[in-house]
Design a protein around this ligand. Structure first.
Ligand code: RRO
Length: 310
């Protein structure tokens, strides 16, 4: 089957790529993604200055998923700008760059630097890091998010995307969609970031599993699939002129198929990529292709967004 797609008109040879944060902090990891069967790649969320992140342990697999409080470790935006300058855009897969400024002023400075470089990479601005002590997720302050978009969207000029946290209330889906609708060049929403501030405790030692924030961290993996599908579908329904990139709970072709049924135009993988490594992409391509052939679908658009309701 044909697994190709496009985001903001840019073609991807298949729907799959990494969720920002996984396998993408350093050039050697990005190179492994480039050499994998992924359909694209995205860099670790960048801040203005390099960051060490939170103390370890700060990521652990847990039953049915993972917990992390990485705290935005990254090489600083100039590293990723340099990577984007050197990137071979004749490659079949496009490059996405994730930006996660600690303030709107930092996001402005980083966006201005990327715009000045005039590169054919796409920006995904992260409004949903749950793990920096003292910095609430922008995605949960809808007025602040509107204000940030009002500043950033005209600066970016070309199509861009935002990474959203999961929402859990219909009123919030309506409010966030209303804000997104105001910005024409906001082309895609990546749904969802980790389910923030879960707590994993070891039964035997009666101890929190990760060190930062008294053990609180973002949940990912299979346990968040249904929250992710709801967010993908809620924004797909509300924003027909925009695209949704689905992320959350994909461990096989089956969950990717469900994300696309919910409306996703591409599918990112976090926890399962962290656990399995980039060979994952070859498996996912085969599994999704087999599902499509068994169901008689030849292309992604044959079933995208076509979930049935009762
Ligand atoms: O680095 C992190 O702790 C992190 C980020 Br920026 C994010 O957006 N989502 C997440 O689960 N972890």
């Amino acid at each position: 089957a044909d697994l190709s797609t496009n985001i903001a008109g840019v073609p991807l040879p298949n729907v799959f790529f990494n969720a920002s944060g996984v396998w993408c902090q350093h050039e050697h990891e990005l190179q492994a993604l480039l050499e994998s069967q992924s359909g694209s790649l995205i860099t670790k969320s960048a801040t203005f200055e390099p960051r060490e992140g939170n103390p370890s342990p700060r990521y652990l697999p847990i039953p049915n998923g993972s917990i992390n409080s990485m705290g935005l470790p990254n090489e600083g935006y100039e590293y990723y700008l340099n990577y984007a300058r050197k990137f071979d855009y004749s490659h079949t897969k496009p490059l996405f760059i994730s930006l996660s400024g600690l303030s709107l002023a930092d996001n402005v400075k980083m966006v201005e630097a990327f715009v000045a470089a005039d590169l054919p990479c796409m920006l995904e601005i992260n409004f949903s890091c749950p793990n920096v002590p003292g910095k609430p997720q922008l995605g949960y302050d809808i007025e602040a998010m509107d204000n940030a978009l009002a500043t950033l969207a005209p600066l970016v000029k070309k199509p861009f995307g935002i990474k959203l946290p999961p929402y859990f209330d219909i009123a919030h889906f309506d409010q966030v969609a209303g804000v997104c609708q105001k910005y024409d060049n906001l082309a895609f929403l990546t749904c969802v970031n980790s389910v923030g501030n879960g707590l994993a405790i070891d039964f035997e030692t009666e101890t929190a599993l990760i060190k930062p924030k008294d053990g609180f961290g973002g949940l990912g993996g299979a346990m968040i699939l249904n929250t992710a599908l709801a967010n993908v579908n809620a924004f797909h329904r509300r924003l027909p002129g925009k695209q949704v990139i689905g992320v959350g709970g994909v461990t096989s072709g089956k969950e990717a198929f469900l994300h696309i049924l919910a409306g996703a135009s591409a599918v990112q993988i976090g926890t399962q990529l962290k656990e399995e490594g980039p060979a994952l992409f070859e498996r996912l391509n085969k599994e999704l292709s087999d599902i499509m052939m068994a169901k008689g679908y030849n292309s992604i658009e044959d079933f995208r967004g076509k979930v049935k309701t009762l």
